[in-house]
Ligand binder design. Structure first.
Ligand code: IGP
Length: 247
């Protein structure tokens, strides 16, 4: 059986190949950001996501610019924008529209496997890109990581187990994302964050990702001592209910 991650990457291969021949305007103005804490020492990366393979449609008709402004107003440190079209119903045009409308750093959420895709993200206005350890060989990850840093992009390196974390730590990264959702099975286990957090040196900024739907979920994660959280569905469904955790 093909894993969902492999399936998503295969489905996007023509789109990604297209980036190789695109004429891009690169501006170095959108530099790697310092993620300013929202509340004392706790950052919110708020995500814009119309749909996902695990949840189906979340909000197909969302006004992405209005949503990004809402996140900015409630004090998010950065905005994550899904750019994958087939499973998440995102698009680079969403990222470009949001870039034009808000000042916050933007995380390009996509399944990046090529340097051309990194250039596409940079030219669309991203400040941060996601690299998923489970989607790449260690050599590919290292190449893409160095290329992104040379473009002055920050990189959120996503791990979901000890083996992936060991691969990520070899790069001496500034930022690590612990995904509570297993991308092969979709199972969410918030305990993943506590387990892996304990293995990461304190100099690295650690973001816990996925599966936080309410205030107690966020409180559980905050108690592990991570530097911030990345929340998609919960913010799409009820941003107001969650914002108390970031004041
Ligand atoms: O909607 P959630 O459960 O709050 O999750 C957000 C984010 O972590 C999730 O969208 C995500 C984490 N890693 C990814 C990789 C690709 C696509 C999406 C993701």
């Amino acid at each position: 059986m093909m894993s969902i991650l492999t399936e998503i990457i295969a489905k996007n291969s023509d789109r990604v190949k297209g980036y190789q021949s695109e004429q891009l305007h690169l501006s170095m103005a959108n530099k790697a950001p310092f993620l300013t804490p929202t509340a004392p020492d706790f950052r919110l990366i708020a995500e814009i996501k119309r749909a996902s393979p695990s949840k189906g449609i979340i909000d197909a008709t969302v006004d992405v610019v209005a949503q990004a402004k809402r996140y900015e107003a409630l004090g998010a440190s950065a905005i994550s924008v899904l750019c994958e079209p087939y499973y998440f119903k995102g698009d680079f045009s969403d990222l470009e529209a949001i870039r034009a409308a808000v000042q916050l750093p933007i995380l390009c959420k996509d399944f990046i496997t090529t340097t051309a895709h990194l250039l596409k993200a940079k030219s669309a206005g991203a400040n941060i890109v996601l690299l998923i350890v489970a989607a790449l060989t260690p050599t590919e990850l290292a190449t893409l990581y160095r290329f992104a840093r040379a473009l002055e992009l920050d990189v959120l390196i996503e791990v979901h187990d000890e083996g992936e974390l060991a691969v990520a730590l070899k790069l001496n990264p500034r930022l690590i994302g612990i995904n509570n959702r297993n991308l092969e099975t979709f199972a969410v286990d918030l305990a993943t964050t506590a387990r892996l957090r304990a293995l990461i040196p304190p100099t690295i900024t650690v973001i816990s990702e996925s599966g936080m739907l309410n205030v107690p979920d966020i409180a559980t994660i905050k108690a592990t001592g991570v530097d911030g959280v990345l929340i998609g569905e919960g913010m799409m469904r009820d941003a107001d209910a969650l914002q108390v955790m970031f004041r």
